[in-house]
Every structure is written in C-alpha cells, then in structure tokens.
Design a protein around this ligand. Structure first.
Ligand code: AMP
Ligand code: MG
Length: 414
C-alpha cells in the first residue's frame, strides 16, 4: 500500500495547545463526581456537595456588639443609674427606665427595651452613676447586632460547589452541621515505564536512572487535593505493561497517569496497549514544548468514565503536562480558584525558533508594583533540578518567536 497522504497526515498531525486543552476540559466537565459524608473538622479544602441551610436565625437574638452600657436611646439624657449587669449566655430581663442603664458584655442578649449600647470607652463611672464622656455621642440602634441580620432561618449559608476554606467552616458550624456532604476525591494512579528505571534508594550504574518523575506527579495530585496511588514502575515489556495497566483500569482508579513509552520510538508501547485494552484515544501529541508526546483517552468501566493520560517520561515534560492540562481542570471541577497568570517584563532574550507553544522555566520576582522574569535555564526537558530552581513557567505563544528582553510575557507561578 505504501505511505499514503493520509498516513503522512496522521503521523504529522498535531493539535495546538488550545485544542488539546479544550478536549481535556470537555472530558473533565463530563465526569460525574460522587459524594461522601465527612466530619466538619475534616472538611477543609473539600468541596460541598450540598447547600448548607441555616436551621436558625443568625445571630439568634439581638445582642451587644461591644462591652458597654445598654440604654433606651434619648437625645436629652447623658447620665444614668446603673441597675444591673448582663453577661454573654446569662440573660436576665430588666424593666429599664430612661434614666437607668445595664452593664452589658459583647455577645450578651439585649433586653427588648434597650435601643443602644454605649461602649465602655465612652463612659465615665462614679459609684452607681454612669455618664457619657465629654465629646462622645450615641445614637439609636448603636452597637446592637439584630437577630437574623447575618442570615435568616431556612436560607442558604454556603452553596453547593463551594471549595471550603477556613472562613466557611464557622458558618457551617453555626448552621448546626457537624457532618457535611462533600464530593469524593478523584483517585489517580501513577505508573512509570522504562527499562532504564531503578528505585530511588539505589545508585544507578551504567545506563540506569532513578525513577524520579513520579514524585513530582504525586506532589501535583496531592496539591490539587486528590487521592493518588503510586503503582511504581514497569519495564518496557509489552505484556507486563499491559497486565499492569489493565489491573489499574479495573480497579477504582478514576484517572490513570502513565509516564514514558508514549513517543514514536520502537519500544513506545503505551498507545497500542491502551487501544488493545479498549481505551478510546482522544488525542496523541500536541504542538507544545516540553511535553509534545502526550496521549489522552477515556474508557468506560461499568457506568464510570475513566481518563487516561500517557505522559512523556522526561520529568520536566510530565510535570509541565500535568500543570498545563490537568491542574486547572481539577480546580474548576472542585470549585477551587485557579492561580492567575502574571504579566512580567522579560529581563533577558529567549530562544524560540518554532511555532509550538513553549512553557519555559523562569524566575519571577516582584519589584515595587511590577513583575520581572528571567530565564537563564537550558530549557532541556530532562533538567529537573533546573525546574526546581524556577518558580514559574513562562508561556510563549505559538507565533511568538525569539522573545526579546523588555517584552511582556505571561507567567504561570508554581
Ligand atoms: P520516554 O518518554 O520513555 O521516551 O522517556 C523520555 C526520557 O525520560 C528518557 O530520557 C527517559 O530516560 C526519561 N524517563 C523516562 N521515565 C522516567 C522516570 N520515571 N523518571 C525520570 N526520567 C524518566
Ligand atoms: Mg522510554
């Protein structure tokens, strides 16, 4: 049959970064998250799978916002007789006359008759006589926190889909929920492949290297608050890889990340193995650097869709792929705010001769109100120590060639 134009087109065809990202985004948006119940104290950085509705008014009663003196407001009065005291949690009702006052503490319930609380700081006390300090003023309703002004009974205090920060937890607690429904974390499985790999605690000899890339990926998954299982590594042995991948896809893992063996080399078996196991290819390779050979597919297991990423083996490539393809989608799915890209002025020329989208290692710093970025790194996708010294990825778009010192570029902080 020979090499036909369609074979050539298929071989060279590559998606742009935006196209690849959209295809991944679509699949993440279609994932159905399950929910589970957790104790409120374990719910930080989880995502609410239910609206939290207040079972009471908040505050539940009119109360004082300060330590002070409760009075019936009357412009013409600035001196009172003290007849009692109310502390928080120990309410006692008083029939207060206009020329009488009660000492009251922050959060204490206020008798109905009182219409203002004058702060302690604005009062002078002589025996049982209380006087408004010279120069101080008071007004109707002063320092009274009215019942239900934070939220009314039956209203939604925290909405379904909220990514829970410390600030949400007291609101939920006030609504009487000691347990809440949150979305279950997605379970990631990570499997490295390569004949050259040895465990980290061994010293490589000859042509072996330590299996380093999985550790950054484990970190990436944990950083987006998802669950992860490290399946270690397998040699470039078709049957062994197939067996292992099949086992992982048959387990309760939702998203499989493999590394290595997904390029065009003779021993790059992953694509074929995925196909043989019933994974539907969505794309293979996008025109980006680093991380061009990246396989993305999905497979139905029961009524569940599982996503499969065949990431390249280079530690920089696999990690950059995670950052630019997966992280934002996980955050969106779980209602977590994404880190904004930062515009910065380039402090040195960069070399970019092709029309891929590049994600270059850079060092971002802020001086006064302006960001600057440098990159003296080699940009080799094997140099993971360089990546660890960088604190951002500089995004250089497709048509932008050889960026020059002084130009403004977008940076993804990391
Ligand atoms: P591959 O994607 O299999 O072609 O591998 C690309 C490069 O990444 C090669 O130089 C590999 O030796 C290296 N590599 C592959 N897997 C790993 C790994 N798990 N950790 C570190 N480097 C790796
Ligand atoms: Mg390999």
């Amino acid at each position: 049959m020979g090499i036909t134009p369609s074979i050539i087109k298929n071989y060279f065809f590559m998606l742009s970064y935006n196209e690849a990202f959209s295809l991944i985004k679509e699949q993440f948006q279609n994932l159905k998250l399950e929910s589970e119940t957790v104790k409120l104290e374990n719910s930080l950085h989880r995502t609410l799978a239910e609206d939290v509705i207040s079972d009471i008014n908040l505050p539940p009663f009119d109360n004082s916002a300060v330590d002070g003196y409760a009075v019936q407001f009357d412009d013409s009065i600035n001196e009172w007789e003290m007849i009692g005291e109310i502390t928080a949690g120990n309410f006692k009702d008083f029939d207060l006359l206009k020329n009488q006052t009660l000492k009251i503490m922050t959060g204490a319930k206020i008798p109905n008759v009182c219409t203002a609380v004058i702060p302690i700081e604005d009062i002078e006390v002589h025996d049982q006589k209380v006087r408004l300090s010279i120069g101080s003023k008071y007004f109707n309703g002063m320092n009274i926190r009215r019942q239900g002004t934070d939220i009314g009974e039956g209203e939604i205090a925290v909405e379904k889909g909220t990514f829970l920060k410390p600030r949400h937890l007291s609101s939920i607690a006030s609504c009487g929920k000691s347990e809440i429904k949150v979305y279950k974390k997605l379970k990631f499985g990570i499997l490295a492949t390569g004949d050259e790999l040895i465990p980290v605690n061994e010293k490589p000899e000859g042509d072996k290297i330590r299996v380093s890339n999985v550790y950054s990926l484990l970190g990436e998954v944990s950083e987006v608050n998802q669950e992860v299982i490290n399946y270690g590594f397998v040699k470039d042995d078709r049957d062994k890889i197939k067996e292992k991948v099949n086992n992982i896809l048959s387990s309760d893992v939702d998203i499989l990340l493999t590394t290595g063996g997904v390029s065009v080399g003779e021993y790059d078996y992953l694509k074929d193995i995925f196909e043989e196991l019933g994974v539907k290819k969505i794309f293979w390779r996008a025109y980006i650097k680093p991380g061009k050979p990246c396989y993305f597919g999905k497979i139905m297991k029961g009524n569940k869709t599982k996503l499969v990423f065949g990431l390249p083996g280079n530690p920089v490539s696999s990690q950059v792929n995670f950052k630019v393809y997966i992280k934002e989608n996980i955050n969106n799915l779980f209602g977590k705010q994404n880190t904004e890209q930062i515009e910065a002025e380039l402090l040195n020329d960069l070399r970019k001769k092709d029309k891929k989208r590049h994600f270059m290692k850079g060092v971002l710093k802020k001086e006064k109100d302006k960001y600057f970025v440098t990159s003296k790194f080699s940009q080799s996708s094997g140099n993971m120590v360089e990546l660890s010294k960088a604190n951002c990825l500089i995004v250089i778009e497709e048509e932008h060639l050889d960026p020059k010192k002084g130009e403004i570029v977008n940076c993804i902080p990391m």
